[in-house]
Design a protein around this ligand. Structure first.
Ligand code: NDP
Length: 247
């Protein structure tokens, strides 16, 4: 295992676009066996087709992260097929921005379900396997707004703060099992994320901000690969990165 990525079995939620897709491409190109989860199964099947054509092993599994049994199936299938799970990347997420006073309860519920419960479900599904293996790494995707809160995006920021709190608690709890935990907090990266905001004025504002500031998704892929590729005794706990031009 030259780069500490080659041959690793790596499950990624939200692998059908954006950061998850970019990470899958990078890790597969470095020799990982990637197990891709998302609801849009046709997209992840197409990615798997590409990777297999390049001589890699990969699997696509339909997985809605708001359903524990589907996340468990993603991880259990990886273990059944390849014998282990080395890295779990809890990446799936939704950003649906609006001021609190507009009471977009449905958006609040969705963000809490996907961004917080989805991460917990990913941890829950992977943990028992990794404890038995006495090795593994759980990578949770937070955000720059997991570090600071601005107006009009409070619930999304709260979910990303929660991801960091959960990850830090997890880090402390899994010490006895030799597991690594990593939080990655990106700034604006060019993906489909802005499409989650349904309020037209907010959506237009975010669209403009991203057009001016966002960097390509391979920035995230390189960060993920860096965290995984470290020697096993090195645990990169947290990485915060953003476009150079972003505040
Ligand atoms: P995208 O919208 O491009 O990708 C989101 C991914 O999440 C898709 O693959 C989507 O797959 C998946 N997803 C959404 N809901 C569910 C669900 N219920 N079950 C399973 N998968 C789901 O955005 P990004 O790639 O940018 O987002 C990835 C992560 O990065 C998110 O957690 C986001 O909050 C975080 N992030 C992104 C930043 C950015 O600027 N892009 C900045 C900071 C953090 P499908 O619809 O097929 O299920």
């Amino acid at each position: 295992m030259k780069n500490n990525i080659e041959g690793k079995v790596i499950a990624i939620t939200g692998a059908s676009s954006g950061l998850g897709e970019a990470a899958a491409r990078e890790l597969s190109s470095q020799g990982a066996i990637v197990v891709l989860g998302a609801r849009r199964i046709e997209r992840i099947r197409a990615l798997v087709g590409e990777f297999v054509k390049n001589g890699r092993q990969a699997l696509a599994i339909a997985a809605d992260v708001t359903k524990y049994e589907q996340v468990k199936n993603l991880v259990d299938t990886a273990v059944k097929t390849y014998g282990r799970i080395d890295v779990m990347i809890n990446n799936a997420g939704l950003m649906a921005q609006s001021p609190l006073e507009r009471q977009k309860i449905d958006d609040w519920d969705k963000m809490i379900d996907i961004n917080i419960k989805g991460v917990l479900y990913g941890i829950g599904a992977a943990l028992q396997h990794m404890k038995e293996q006495r090795s593994g790494q759980i990578i949770n995707v937070s955000s720059v707004v997991g570090h600071k809160v601005g107006a009009n995006g409070v619930v999304y920021a709260a979910t990303k703060h929660a991801v960091r709190a959960i990850s830090e608690g997890l880090r402390l709890e899994v010490k006895p099992y030799n597991l690594r935990t990593t939080i990655i907090s990106p700034g604006a990266v060019d993906t489909e994320l802005t499409g989650g905001t349904t309020e037209p004025d907010m959506a237009a504002g975010y669209q403009q901000f991203y057009e001016m500031n966002a960097i390509p998704s391979d920035s995230f892929a390189r960060v993920v690969a860096f965290a995984i590729s470290q020697p096993e005794e090195v645990d990169i706990n947290e990485i915060l990165f953003r476009p150079t031009r972003q505040e």
